[in-house]
Design a protein around this ligand. Structure first.
Ligand SMILES: [Cu+2]
Length: 664
């Protein structure tokens, strides 16, 4: 009986259409395995449980003194990105009770409550501290509601892994909310660096942190100048706003910076001379007689150059942007956005507490912040107000006198000179040739756009012939001032250039047709061959602005051969002419190696690189004063597609969404 009622299922499935069969199979699988618990979802639960964040975020044994002959490590980090409030429940009774200000989930900022974006509920985010040659693995898990992001590892060259550079839609698909992405690359460039979300607004709202790559003393030519290189002697300077940028982009005044922070903390100074916030200051402990390496990072997202000085102490500069320099005595530091300086502080003063003061310029004008250098044995008054203020005002006055404005000659400390090391000799020989194999002149300026008619801004249906223009061009009564490189406004593609070039449409690229329009917005790529000595002459024509800009190149560090302001507006033809007479001077002896450089207004800066790192590398301004418009940026394409290291087969995909100009 039973045998007769039994109906074989196989033949039944065979007669069904294939798709139905697959659906049935999938349905059965899901029912048997519901809820679909996987290793990944377990990790999500763990990581959000608070204590586990601490365990997961830091690969403790990777932060270590680096030794000769030691095997490189693989260092795992977990970054959970979330929106959190500052000075919230996690801070208990802080700042009233200062001991509670160091609670695990207490993010202080400037003591004014706001929403921020955080890495592991910290500000700055979890520090990555490794040794040269270690492999860094960072699992980024994003819980940023409605936001996509990507992390750029500023100062890491990503040799062989250009797809780990963290530029959304150039090197990777952005990381969507509630998904994760694994960054994995070799920490090959030693020195003081940082990481940040490549979206300026996310960076401004808190997604950044220090990235330190130590090396063995044998490889650091300045190692005999200091006794200690401690984990806690990192000075990460940032700029902070009263409001979250990502949720307040509708009002330009919300993009106003209101505080400078030192290691994520500081006082909010109320501009209306009402009391600000009483916040504990960041403290750096030293022992009398020690020589300490301090690693100073200007991680400000916008145009916020800062001046740093330590009461009663001189500073000895030993590295810039990670590269060693000839030790240089300085009274103070001046760091443009993205720049890093390593200094040696000799704790040779009477045992006491000393102010460390940071003063801002440009968009951080009139802002300042303090931290404390505390000698071992010095008694620290419980309340900051009890510390003598007179020494602070003296320090402040001295700093203003040195640098009333950025153009003032004493504002910049003594010029830095590179220190050649055995490791870089080979590369240096290729760089220090009298004549570069190739020269690129890159002009930029601020241009006024107005007089757009309805026809120019027709979003209608004229399709291919449409004179598309972005809204910021016409939605005003006055001309719009736009920063452009070579009269082009940068536009990101709809699919990542590096990982999915097959989806890039020809129409996205800057071409003659686009250049001939009244306004051209396109994917601006400058192609250079592999393995050439390349001079890039950045020319700030200076007709539209008096402002100087700071640039950063991804994927390389370069020699800064020369830089000068001509004092009058200059077009690129004039600079070419001067150069053709051999009159643009180039320092080929001891030019510093940098990855961030200022181009003076109405002037030029010449950098030289050897193009041995194939990839699509963003060349971008770090001093953007506005998020509106494409800003000053372009892509340097080094080598051809077949020179690029292949993207790993499991690399996340995107970009099947259509480009806005694409006609179905
Ligand atoms: Cu960048």
């Amino acid at each position: 009986m039973g045998a007769r009622c039994w109906k074989p299922r196989g033949p039944l499935l065979l007669v069904l259409p294939n798709v139905t069969a697959l659906l049935l199979l999938a349905g059965t699988f899901l029912m048997l395995n519901w809820p679909p618990v996987s290793i990944r979802s377990t990790a999500v639960r763990m990581s959000r449980g608070g204590e586990h964040v601490e365990q997961l975020e830091k690969s403790r044994d990777c932060s270590r003194p680096c030794l000769d002959g030691e095997k490189a490590k693989e260092c795992h980090f977990k970054f959970v990105l979330e929106t959190v409030p500052t000075v919230d429940r996690g801070c208990s009774k802080c700042p009233a009770n200062e001991t509670e200000c160091v609670e695990r989930h207490c993010v202080l900022g400037d003591g004014v409550q706001r929403i921020m974006l955080s890495v592991n509920r910290k500000l700055p985010g979890t520090a990555v501290q490794v040794c040269e040659g270690d492999t860094v693995v960072v699992d980024v898990e994003s819980h940023l509601p409605g936001l996509e992001t990507a992390l750029h590892w500023y100062g890491q060259l990503q040799r062989g892994t250009p797809y780990m550079d963290g530029v959304p839609m150039i090197t990777q698909c952005p990381i969507q909310s509630e998904t994760n992405f694994r960054y994995k690359f070799r920490a090959s460039n030693p020195g003081t660096h940082f990481y940040h979300s490549h979206y300026v607004s996310h960076h401004a709202d808190g997604i950044f942190g220090p990235f330190i790559v130590r090396q063995t003393p044998r490889l650091d030519p300045n190692s005999d100048l200091y006794d200690y290189d401690l984990e806690e002697h990192i000075v990460t300077i940032s700029a902070w706003s009263r409001y979250a940028f990502v949720y307040n982009l509708n009002l330009p005044e919300n993009m106003h910076l209101s505080s400078i922070l030192i290691n994520g903390k500081g006082t909010y100074f109320n501009p209306d001379s009402k009391p600000g916030s009483q916040m504990p200051k960041t403290r750096f402990a030293v022992k009398r007689g020690g020589r300490y390496r301090f690693r100073v990072i200007n991680a400000a997202p916008l145009d916020c150059p800062v001046q740093l000085q330590v009461e009663g102490h001189r500073l000895m500069i030993i590295a810039s942007d990670g590269a060693p320099v000839k030790s240089t005595d300085a009274s103070h530091l001046l760091l443009f956005p993205g720049e890093r300086y390593d200094i040696v502080l000799n704790a040779d003063q009477p045992s006491s507490s000393y102010w460390i003061m940071v003063r801002g310029h440009d968009q951080c004008k009139n802002l300042h912040q303090e931290a404390l250098l505390v000698y071992d044995g010095a008694t620290l008054p419980h309340k900051l107000n009890d510390i003598t203020k007179s020494s602070l005002s003296e320090l402040s006055a001295a700093m203003v006198k040195l640098c009333p404005s950025l153009s003032y000659p004493t504002c910049r400390p003594q010029e830095i000179k590179s220190l050649q090391t055995a490791d870089t000799q080979n590369n240096l020989a290729k760089l220090q040739v009298p004549q570069a194999d190739m020269k690129l002149f890159i002009p930029f300026d601020v241009y006024a756009y107005d007089g757009f008619t309805d026809a120019d801004v027709n979003f209608g249906f004229s399709l291919k012939e449409s004179l598309y223009s972005p809204s910021y061009l016409y939605n005003r009564n006055t001309p719009v001032q736009l920063s452009q490189v070579d009269r082009l406004t940068f536009r990101y593609p709809s699919s990542p250039l590096l990982s999915q070039p097959e989806f890039i449409l020809r129409e996205m690229l800057c071409d003659e047709q686009c250049r001939n329009r009244k306004f051209c917005e396109c994917l601006h790529i400058v192609r250079v061959p592999l393995n050439v000595a390349l001079d890039v002459v950045l020319v700030d024509e200076g007709y539209g602005s008096n402002h100087s800009n700071t640039f950063h190149l991804h994927g390389y560090n370069f020699l800064v051969l020369g830089s000068e302001s001509l004092g009058h507006p200059v077009d690129v033809a004039e600079i070419k002419q001067i150069d053709s007479h051999g009159l643009l001077s180039r320092n080929l002896v001891d030019a510093p190696r940098k990855d961030t450089v200022v181009v003076p207004n109405k002037g030029y800066t010449i950098i030289r690189l050897f193009t041995d790192n194939p990839g699509y590398w963003l060349f971008e301004v770090r001093s953007e004063s506005s998020i509106i418009g494409g800003g000053l940026q372009f892509i340097v394409q080094v080598g051809e597609q077949n020179h690029l290291p292949p993207v790993p087969p499991d690399f996340p995909h995107c970009g099947t969404h259509k480009w806005p100009n694409f006609v179905f």
